[in-house]
Design a protein around this ligand. Structure first.
Ligand SMILES: [Zn+2]
Length: 137
């Protein structure tokens, strides 16, 4: 490029960004994000699908957790506490819950829809039914 060449970068027609879908360098308005409508809709479809999958996976885990807790209530009917390993053996995920209520002087109440549990030491939990009224009790 010689020194005599002069052109200005027009904010409106110049971009150094790449298409968010296919990665092609974009030519056109600075706020352009996609090559064309095809790339735009592909990108949004994939993004929506990923979000849908995340929500669906989380729901599946929570439903499974609830099922395991229900089983536990049946199996350990006469006992107050349930061994944590019994839950983990059945694929219970301690990372998923619908609510966690911190207590001042007790371990937090961890809720899975309508069943809640509380750690009683390191190896057992206490399970109990949970309703929206439970919090006041
Ligand atoms: Zn593209």
């Amino acid at each position: 490029m010689s020194n005599s060449t002069s052109f200005t970068l027009d904010d409106h027609i110049y971009t150094t960004l790449n298409c968010m879908n296919c990665g092609e360098t974009l030519i056109g308005r600075r706020d352009k994000k996609f090559c064309d409508d095809h790339c735009r809709s592909l990108y949004h479809n994939v993004t929506n699908a990923a979000q849908y999958n995340l929500v669906r996976k989380t729901h599946t885990i929570l439903r499974k957790n609830r099922r395991v807790l229900w089983q536990a209530i049946g199996v350990f009917r006469d006992q107050n506490t349930i061994p944590i390993h019994w839950l983990t053996q059945r694929g219970f995920s301690f990372q998923h819950c619908t609510q966690r209520i911190d207590q001042k002087e007790d371990s937090p109440v961890i809720v899975c829809y309508d069943i809640a549990y509380q750690y009683q030491g390191h190896s057992v939990v206490q399970i109990f039914f949970w309703t929206t009224d439970s919090r006041a009790a």
